[in-house]
Design a binder for this molecule. Sequence first.
Ligand SMILES: *[C@@H]1O[C@H](CO)[C@@H](O)[C@H](O)[C@H]1NC(C)=O
Ligand SMILES: *[C@@H]1O[C@H](CO)[C@@H](O)[C@H](O)[C@H]1NC(C)=O
Ligand SMILES: *[C@@H]1O[C@H](CO)[C@@H](O)[C@H](O)[C@H]1NC(C)=O
Length: 505
Amino acid sequence: MRLVSLVLLLTFTLLVFSAGSILPGAAAGEQKVWAREGSSAMLPCYLSPRKQGRIWKQPSDWTSVLWKRHGGSAHQEPHVVLEVEYTGLRKTALPMRPRVSVQDSALRSGNFSLRIDPVRSGDAGLYEAQVAYSTEVQSCQVELGIVTVTLSPPGPVVEGEPLLMSCNSSHRARLMETCWFHNGRPVPTTKDFYSLHGALSILQPSVSDSGSWHCQLRYSDNVVVSATHDLQILGFDGPANPVVYAAAGSAADLPCTLSYLPSAFGINAVAAHWSHLAGGHLQDWIISQNQSSRSFPLHLPAVGPDDAGRYSCAVPVGSKTMRRDVTLAVVTVTPSIPGPISEGSHLLLTCGVTHLQGHERFQWKLLSSAPTNKKGAMFTSHNLKDHRSQTGRTLDISQVSQKDVGIWECSVYGPEGRLGAVEYGLQITGAQVSSPPTIFSGQVTFGLTVTLFFLLMVCILALALQKRARIPASYPALEGIVAVAVPNKKDVEESQKETIQQTEC
Ligand SMILES: *[C@@H]1O[C@H](CO)[C@@H](O)[C@H](O)[C@H]1NC(C)=O
Ligand SMILES: *[C@@H]1O[C@H](CO)[C@@H](O)[C@H](O)[C@H]1NC(C)=O
Ligand SMILES: *[C@@H]1O[C@H](CO)[C@@H](O)[C@H](O)[C@H]1NC(C)=O
C-alpha cells in the first residue's frame, strides 16, 4: 500500500511539474487537485505566449482569461466562473462570486490560477481556463476533487461525549479501505476506537485525543485520497479527579479550568455551576466569567471538617454540560487534652485528613519557639531556635515543657509531594509562662518597684529630718542625701527607657 502511495505521489508530482511547463497554443494537460471542504483550493494555471517571430512587450494589452466549469455532478452545460477581459474588467458568475479570484497581476505575470475560498462539496468537477493573447488561445484544465471530514454530532467536541468521524470524497470509484492516523501514528482498533464502514468511532474522547487526525481513502482504481483534521476537544485541565488539601480554618480554591477558551468554540457567555452535598443539604454557587477566561474556581474563605467532600463543577457548553468532580480534603490537628495545657502534662497531637487515600505520610515540625508570634506570621530558618521534627501521624510529647511552646506544623505528603499542611499553636498555662500579657505585667511590676523605692526614700528623708530636729543641723548632709537621690532617679528613667525598647524589639 505504501508503494502504491509512493507511485501515486510521484505521478502527481510529475503532473504538477508538467503543468508548470508551458505548451504553446495547446491545452497544458489535465491535472487533478484535491481540496478539503471548507478550506481553500488553488486550481493552478501558468501560461505565457510563445508565438514565433513576435516578442510581446506588454502581453497584458491583449490578454484575457476565462475560467469555465464543465458541468458539476449533474449534466450541466459548461458555464462561466470568472472572466478577466483585456481591459481589466472582471466578471464573476453569481453562484461562486464571493469565493473565486485570480491574482490581480495575473495578465502580466502569467499566473492565471483560480482560487476558491472556501471550497464546498458541490464545487467538485472539471474546470478550464482559456487564455487569449490577441489571436492565440491557450488553455488549462484542472479537475477539482473534494474531500470532506464530517464530525458527528456537529458543534464543539466535548470530553466524554461519543464522537464519530468520517471521511468521504468526490472520487467516483469504489472505496476499498479507510485508514486513520492520529498525530502520524496508525490508530489501533480497540474498544475505544473502532472503524465502522470507514467512519471512526471514539467512544470516550478525552483531551489527549486532541490533535491531528488523518484519514486515507483507497479506491478500487488505486487512487488514494487523504485529509487531515485538527481536532480540538473541550475538556478540563489537570487530573481527572483532583483532591485539594486545605488546613482547617484556612481558605480553599477548588479548580475548574477548561482546556480551551470557550470563545474558540463559538460559545460566548459561560458560567459554572458548583454544587456540594453537605449533611443532606445541597449547597450551590454560580461562578460567572467573561469571554477571555476559561477558569471557574470556587473560593471557600474558611473551611472546616464539615466542608470536606466532593464538589461538582458543571459548565454548560451549547446543548451539553461538562462536569468535573473535585474533592476537598481538610487537614486538622486534634490535641488529646481539650482546653488549656499545663506544664508537665502528657500531650498527643494527632494530624488528620478527612479523605485519606492510604498513601499519605505525615511530618511534624516545630516552626517557631517564640510564643508571642501570632499564627500566620512569617518564619525564616533563622528563627528556628529549637528546630525539631518528627514523622508519624501523632506527635507524642510525654512532658510538655517551655521548649515545646510555639507553632507546630503537620505536613501531609503523598507520592507526588507535599499535599498540604496545618499549623497548631501550643501554649501552656502557669505563672512562669511568658505570654503577651507578661509585657504588661512586667511594666506593672516595674512601676511598683519605683513607687516602693520613692516611699523608702521619703521614709529615709523623714527619719533624717527627725534626726536633724534633735541633733544640731548639718545642711551639707541633707544636700548629700538629696544629691544621692537625684542620680538614682535618672538611672531609673534610663532603665525604664531600655525596658520599653526591649519590649518593642
Ligand atoms: C498564483 O496566484 C495564486 C492566487 O490566484 C497564488 O495563490 C499563487 O501563489 C500564485 N503563484 C505564484 C507562483 O505566484
Ligand atoms: C460527504 O458526505 C457528506 C454527508 O454524508 C455530504 O454532505 C458531502 O457532500 C459528501 N462529500 C463529498 C465530497 O461527496
Ligand atoms: C476578564 O476577566 C479577567 C480576569 O478574570 C480580566 O483580567 C480581564 O480584564 C477581563 N476582561 C474583560 C474584557 O472584562
